[in-house]
Design a protein around this ligand. Structure first.
Ligand code: FAD
Ligand code: MG
Length: 341
């Protein structure tokens, strides 16, 4: 018996040592108007790992072709130019982003509003001709932003009012991260970090049982050290803030997150909201919605969304989180601190 156990142990040890070492592979590409990076650890050959990376980026590129509001043509632009006249067929594999966007519009009472396209185009923040639009133009465009006029049925989308324009910029990066994660898992990659312009999905961890560590950066600095770090596994994080895309005029910052009630960039005491969720698309949509809603109303919304956690950074450098989440965070920059209450 002793002999048998010793041999069994030897077999187990040999088997363990034959397991190929996990090697790091990574790739970074500019898509969706942002930097998209995937790093992974795998025992697969470099060629096989690159085949998986290529499949993920090909999918993200496809999404860009379907969902861009800025290109000469895309499925989204066809939906927009057909507003008020024709229902447009959409491929089954992108329908979920439209239905999820409508879900969040309904559950946030329009704080997240995919029908905001007309207003986004007026401001054009982040593009060459960004500007403060005339108030009359904003008020006129607000007449075309009712998400209840979006009809999704039988694989088609119909915008009921001519002049309506969809914009999925607040959910598409998350959807892309979810799709890339699916491709990783379907191809046996169990340790990967997918970063679509700051919307991050973590699968598994790093070698030797080390977790993925991600940072939330200083909202006021374009680059630099994160102010907070946390571990991430099997979850996604998305951050929305007033620092990402903006211009300043007469000392006022005009950023790209619009209050759908007013048509103007949101003004409150938040500089950023980060949402943690099992779904990157949900984290993306919710981070935008929570930024629009402000802290108190965001907490009410999140209490109806099980499995989500949030980090709010305020303009006085204080940090608040959803209940119990503070202990998962590590403050790196001492200029920031958790709020007393
Ligand atoms: P989020 O908070 O997630 O989203 C903010 C964006 O959502 C805004 O920029 C606006 O588009 C929209 N939005 C604003 N307010 C609301 C609201 N209340 N509800 C819902 N949505 C709202 N950028 C370029 O510079 N050049 C490009 O060619 C380009 N192409 C792109 C193609 C695609 C398919 C996508 C998805 C994005 C592209 N972008 C491009 C980037 C895009 O313009 C935004 O910068 C980006 O999606 C914002 O993401 P975020 O995480 O910073 O902010
Ligand atoms: Mg978002």
């Amino acid at each position: 018996m002793k002999h048998f156990l010793a041999s069994l142990l030897l077999v187990i040890l040999l088997f363990a040592s034959c397991k190929p070492a996990e090697k790091k592979e990574s790739c970074t590409v500019f898509l969706l108007g942002t930097v998209c990076g995937i790093q992974l650890f795998t025992g697969k050959s470099q060629k096989d790992a690159h085949t998986v990376l290529t499949a993920a980026f090909t999918r993200i590129e496809q999404l860009e072709r379907h969902l861009s509001a800025n290109a000469a043509e895309s499925t989204l632009i066809t939906v927009n130019t057909s507003a008020g006249s024709t229902a447009v067929s959409i491929p089954a594999d992108i329908e979920p982003i439209f239905t999820r966007a409508l879900f969040f519009a309904e559950h946030t009472n329009g704080a997240f509003n995919p029908a905001i396209g007309g207003i986004v185009k007026l401001w054009n923040i982040g593009f060459e001709n960004e500007r403060i639009p005339p108030e009359t133009a904003i008020n006129h465009a607000l007449n075309y932003t009712d998400y209840r006029d979006i009809a999704i049925s039988g694989g088609t989308i119909f915008l009921k009012k001519a002049g309506m324009k969809l914009d999925l910029g607040a959910i598409a990066k998350g959807f892309a991260a979810d799709q890339a994660a699916l491709i990783m898992k379907q191809n046996g990659i169990m340790n990967a970090l997918i970063d679509i312009g700051g919307t991050i999905t973590a699968i598994g961890g790093r070698p030797q049982g080390k977790p993925w560590i991600i940072g939330i950066r200083d909202p006021r600095k374009r680059q630099g050290e994160p102010i907070l770090s946390t571990t991430l596994s099997g979850r996604s994080i998305s951050t929305s803030g007033s620092y990402e895309r903006y211009f300043e005029q007469d000392g006022i910052r005009y950023h790209h997150i619009i209050d759908p009630k007013t048509g103007y960039p949101v003004r409150n005491n938040l500089v950023s909201v980060s949402i943690f969720s099992d779904s990157a698309a949900d984290a993306d949509a919710l981070s935008t919605a929570c930024f629009v809603l402000g802290y108190e109303n965001a907490l009410k919304l999140l209490s109806t969304m099980p499995g989500t956690d949030a980090v709010f950074i305020f303009d006085d450098n204080t940090i608040r989180t959803t209940a119990g989440f503070e202990s998962s965070l590590h403050i790196i920059n001492e200029d920031f601190s958790f709020a007393a209450t």
